[in-house]
Design a protein around this ligand. Sequence first.
Ligand SMILES: [Zn+2]
Ligand SMILES: [Zn+2]
Length: 356
Amino acid sequence: MSRDPIADLRRIAFLLERANEATYRVRAFRSAANALAALPAKEVAERARAGSLTELAGVGDVTARCVTESLAGEEPVYLRRLLATEGSDLDAEATALRTALRGDCHTHSDWSDGGSPIEEMALAAVELGHEYLVLTDHSPRLKVARGLTADRLRRQLDHVARLNEALPEGFRILTGIEVDILADGSLDQDEELLARLDVVVGSVHSGLNDDRAKMTRRMLTAIANPHLDILGHCTGRMVSSRPAGVTGPGDRGHRARTRAESEFDADAVFAACVEHRTAVEINSRPERQDPPKRLIRRALEAGCVFAINTDAHAPGQLDWQRFGCERAARCGVPADRVVNTWTATDLIAWTHAPAT
Ligand SMILES: [Zn+2]
Ligand SMILES: [Zn+2]
């Protein structure tokens, strides 16, 4: 029995992304998968027999070997090695939290600075068992990340509506944005569009060194905006650099560097989040781990709800929720205080509830 070589190549890409491997390595497997998907299965099999797979653009020696093994019915050696060295297991509390999650509220596609098309992100989310994926590409002012103008966002909404018709039942892409919180606390997108979206994540990406009073005012203004649903990576810290050699579209805006936390009055900010029903994001990216645990505990005591998000820029990164769950579990965050443990219907009822 032969295996599905394209599925094996995509699985390898997913595992490499999850392990935070260099983008060019991941790309080799995704490109090969796409090259083969464009051909009739018969031609792939013939080329594997004749040893001419590498004549195809996008297929190299390593990927061709995987395909040959896969067609012979063997688990590719490359895949077997990756599976054997998979990350450590989560403890019981973190596992319970991860199991309770039904979706992810912060993800990027190649419409902004992500590395993959929306449909590939969605299919990876389906495989992870998610019921929904909120697509939150960047807003116009974040030019380095190809932030979407109002027109491009409108086109994206039409595109997502079409994709949703073709996706498996019980899963859907929810519309959203990661909107920049501008210097005066306003949000970087048309009011009418923000109102239409299912979920609005707002983040500070500029002026991270604003003084404490200014940053606090800026955040409070954004939180009071009735369209804001989730406060993204609130301190903006970067705790570690990316591994060497990690570059490419999926990493734009998240370049290798460390950065101290922004300064703001956390008690005032979390109190405002409670008052205006804005969730505090627990960002799972290994280089962010934002907010730090001491602030998660303070937000919890203040009465905030949370969203455990990946901020994924590639399909494999969608599995990084485990890291956020580990940190949330250490701080005692209960599942019912995490908005993405709710169903899509409940989530949207919450984001669209009248402002307080
Ligand atoms: Zn961001
Ligand atoms: Zn993001």
